[in-house]
Design a protein around this ligand. Structure first.
Ligand SMILES: [Zn+2]
Length: 325
């Protein structure tokens, strides 16, 4: 990439606000919004992008030391951007999410798996090459040293097959299921919103153009750099994705909780459920005790009523067989 392509643009707040209002109107008028994300959505989580001025490939091409993630991958948390996308999908404003990122943060943020295509894989996901069962781990699944070797060394709990990491390297085929779903939604899409990608890797870069090429919808690009697909876009916003999404969610009147808040709420919910279960069990036992006492009282009342003078015979006397003489 040349100097001009690497340049990042930051629009003034006022200009950005005006564009965000336009974007909110486009969203309100659309039926099938699809969001397409790239590395730019995860930079605020501490993961370096690829083609920014200090991106992984920019540094490599310039002979500089490659930047590293600020935290170990298993400690990375979804950002405001991830959480707002999850919310847009949760409330039905956006119908589908297509991501080029492998950091797994969209899954962490709560986007349902059937509403997400991770075109280049997910570092936390490994799958069985025999039965295709998928496993999500709290750690990076990649163990292999050679680029095209994907064995993780673990085995499938269902069928014993070999597990492979789900990372797609250059020149490797994309996961058919994820690609097909991304394509189906891109065909249905009438508003494609691109967030934080310079749209330079195919087929990921071509999918958001589908609605424009089919003359079914529009394309909006939110990215710091210009992209080679800008001439297809009806609206281009140059700003950080977190900032744009904050403005957009405010404009749409949608509240977004942080990842920590959501986790705390989930933990509270689990705690409440445990307490409720314990309480129910206690009540059940108490009810059984009450019921037993009530029945005993009832039976002793009936006996004393039918023959108030007669003392109840012991069970021994009743069951004793007459002795043989
Ligand atoms: Zn299997």
């Amino acid at each position: 990439m040349n100097k001009e392509e690497l340049k990042e643009y930051f629009e003034e707040n006022e200009e950005l606000q005006e564009k965000v209002s336009k974007l909110a109107d486009m969203i309100r008028n659309a039926n099938h919004v699809v969001i397409y994300t790239g590395a730019g959505i995860s930079t605020s989580a501490g993961i370096p992008d690829f083609r920014g001025p200090n991106g992984v490939w920019t540094c490599r091409d310039q002979g500089r030391k490659k930047p590293r993630s600020k935290k170990p991958w298993n400690l990375l948390e979804p950002t405001y951007g991830h959480m707002s996308i999850a919310k847009l999908i949760d409330v039905g404003v956006a119908k589908y999410l297509v991501s080029q990122n492998v950091d797994g943060l969209h899954v962490h943020s709560g986007v349902p798996l059937d509403k997400l295509s991770e075109l280049h894989g997910n570092t936390n996901k490994e799958y069985c090459i025999d039965c295709q069962k998928e496993y999500f781990r709290p750690f990076s699944c990649r163990n292999a040293r050679r680029v095209n070797d994907h064995r993780t060394g673990r085995m499938c709990e269902e069928c014993g097959g070999e597990l492979h990491d789900s990372i797609i390297n250059f020149n490797e085929n994309l996961n058919k299921d994820h690609l097909n779903r991304a394509f189906e939604h891109s065909v249905k899409c009438d508003l494609a919103i691109v967030l934080g990608t310079s749209l330079r890797v195919d087929p990921a870069a071509s999918l958001p153009l589908v609605p424009v090429k089919l003359r079914r919808g529009k394309l909006v690009i939110c990215n710091l750099q210009k992209t080679p697909k800008d001439h297809y876009a009806s609206l281009i916003l140059h700003g950080k994705t977190d900032q744009i999404l904050k403005m957009l969610m405010k404009e749409l009147g949608i509240e977004v909780k942080s990842f920590k808040e959501v986790i705390m709420e989930k933990a509270q919910l689990i705690e409440n459920k445990k307490k409720e279960k314990k309480k129910n069990q206690k009540n059940k036992v108490q009810k059984q005790v009450n019921e037993k006492e009530k029945n005993e009282k009832k039976s002793s009342n009936t006996k004393s009523k039918s023959n108030p003078k007669m003392k109840p015979k012991s069970s021994k006397t009743l069951t004793k067989k007459p002795k043989k003489k």
